[in-house]
Design a protein around this ligand. Structure first.
Ligand code: NDP
Length: 279
């Protein structure tokens, strides 16, 4: 019998998740339908409930619903609780269980695919939304030395730091402080500011020589930050495509108990993205 899965977002038409999960299902020989469902913030809870009514077994949750999804769950994994954000819903009986695979996805991409060592890094994290909340605990668990969080809305950076609960390693600063901060050997852009829209300017001196630069977004949205990172001398510079594939594989494993192999899907999406950029 075909099982029903979905990704909820707003907007969501651009999402690559249906394509990724279709490839995983084919690879693993599992019959599943995976669709994109656009739900506004006001409609999110009722859309998830309607999905359960028609037999929905699991879902991914993307921008801007991750914190809202956590509130719908009767049970949260430890990493979803620490993040205060859910990107993976699993139907268990009449309830939703929530997990967050974003951080695991990022760390697997950086340490596995790219072979990077994250231990002892001083990390500047730009943003404190759902994605930042997902990746921050995983970066700390991966052994980074310090995490400095800067967000347009400072209260959200403070709330994330409080939730992480490691005041000796986690610090927050205002956007206005950016010119006065030290330098970092890893800078992560977890804002959703699109092409040239960021409400801040990043001084080049934030990046140590050959600092690792990561943008959690991909495609056109990643261009401004990665261009800044190139000009600042960052090396390597990595977009969020690999994280996207890895977090999807983690979600797939939560639903089906088996983790798919990711290299082929990643290579296919990368080739597609590169073709779009050179077109
Ligand atoms: P949210 O809406 O939850 O958070 C958005 C964040 O961006 C907030 O910190 C917000 O600041 C900040 N922001 C938005 N616009 C601006 C701006 N103009 N200037 C400065 N800061 C801004 O989104 P998510 O956290 O879910 O997503 C963030 C990014 O990460 C997106 O690009 C998304 O595509 C990507 N992502 C990638 C994943 C992957 O697998 N590769 C997985 C998840 C997300 P404020 O709090 O002040 O509003």
């Amino acid at each position: 019998m075909t099982a029903h899965y979905a990704v909820f977002g707003h907007p969501v038409a651009h999402s690559l998740s249906p394509r990724i999960h279709a490839a995983f299902a084919k690879q693993m020989g599992i019959a599943m339908e995976y669709v994109a469902i656009d739900a506004s913030p006001a409609d999110f809870a009722s859309a998830v409930s309607a999905f359960a009514t028609v037999g929905g077994r699991g879902a991914n949750v993307t921008l801007p619903h991750k914190e809202r999804a956590a509130a719908l769950c009767s049970q949260l994994s430890e990493r979803a609780r620490r993040a205060g954000a859910v990107n993976t819903l699993k139907r268990v009986g009449l309830q939703w269980h929530g997990d967050n695979t974003d951080g695991e996805g990022l760390v697997r991409d950086l340490t596995g695919r790219h072979g990077l060592d994250l231990r002892a890094r001083r990390v500047l994290l730009l943003g404190a939304g759902g994605a930042a909340r997902g990746v921050a605990p995983a970066l700390l668990d991966a052994g980074i030395q310090e995490l400095w969080i800067v967000n347009r809305t400072p209260e959200k950076a403070d709330a994330l730091a409080d939730a992480l609960g490691q005041p000796d390693r986690v610090h927050t600063r205002y956007l206005a402080d950016l010119p006065n901060l030290g330098n970092y050997d890893m800078i992560v852009n977890a804002t959703s500011a699109g092409r040239g829209e960021a409400d801040f300017k990043l001084p080049f001196r934030l990046a140590e020589a050959r600092a690792l630069a990561v943008d959690l977004s991909y495609g056109e949205a990643a261009i401004p930050f990665l261009a800044w990172a190139q000009a600042a001398g960052c090396e390597p510079r990595i977009d969020g495509l690999g994280m996207l594939v890895e977090q999807a594989a983690e979600s797939f494993a939560i639903w089906h108990g088996q983790r798919p192999e990711t290299d082929e899907v990643y290579a296919e999406l990368r080739a597609h993205a590169d073709a779009l950029h050179t077109a």
